[in-house]
Design a protein around this ligand. Sequence first.
Ligand code: PEP
Ligand code: MN
Length: 337
Amino acid sequence: MIVVMKPEASRDQVDHMVAHIAALGMSPQVIVGTQRTIIAAIGEERPGLTEALEPGEGVEKVLPIMAPYKRASIELKAERTVVKARGLEVGGSKVAVIAGPCSVESEAQIVGLAGSLKALGATGLRGGAYKPRTSPYSFQGHKEDGLKMLAAAREQTGLAIVTEVMAPEHVRMVADYADVLQIGARNMQNYQLLQAVGDSGKPVLLKRGMSATVDEFLLAAEYILDRGNPGVMLCERGIRTFEDHTRFTLPLATVPYLHQKSHLPVVVDPSHGTGKAKLVTPMALAAVAAGADALIIEVHDDPEHAVSDGSQTLTPAAFGDLMARCRRIAEAVDRTL
Ligand code: PEP
Ligand code: MN
């Protein structure tokens, strides 16, 4: 529910309503505006709540929050969220780019590549140390050693490290090395993991599950926000459909749709979204045109020999071309990159 206070409501009246909302078993969130204060009452909406809140002193009106997600909703927070991790800023007027290999393979690989990516304009470095692989026989990642390699690349370049965490019991350790915790598509509805990254307080890149609806995606974000962690980025990475000419189907209408429903920044992953290196740059351009706040792109010095996802991976030269072309699209939509 949203409790809208009268413009002249006193501090005591606001405090009283906050306590009243908490006593009703809901979580109060005070939003002080220039004209008036509103108090969001977050929790399960049940009959009788309006009647319990409306008579409060200083209350002008009580409105339901229409969306099933509350903290993620634009109804609760109109101004856009900007997520910051070192030099990586997602959600402002500048379109950010996170780039790097699918998997961290060696320290020399990740440190060398990070230098090239930084020179080409990336502000975030991606790379999996824990890899969610479809087959248990595929490379599972270098795990903590891989995290140390990422930390070495950050030491050299200052790039913000974006890396996946797959289990609640690993969150603390991964958070010791990473600047942004990535939740993979296969874990979007792993609610204990969502709560654990919420508790970590670190920025989170939440990937859309490959068969999740947009409401389910936003409710997954809600799990993280509900633990008091406001730093959530929503990443569209493609969904499963009947199509088989691409690895997944990348629905770019989600970008403006999410912007209309939520204040959270939206990232697009055209690498996993298409599965084909030749389609990555065209879809990156389209994503920027559609309003994406950031791109996440797989890049490797030698994609043919990458240990995972080589067929969707760009060379640094191709990535440089993507950056140059995306800059021109960004300018056309009144942004920079
Ligand atoms: C990845 O980014 O390397 C990855 C595994 O992505 P997704 O979870 O979207 O499949
Ligand atoms: Mn990958």
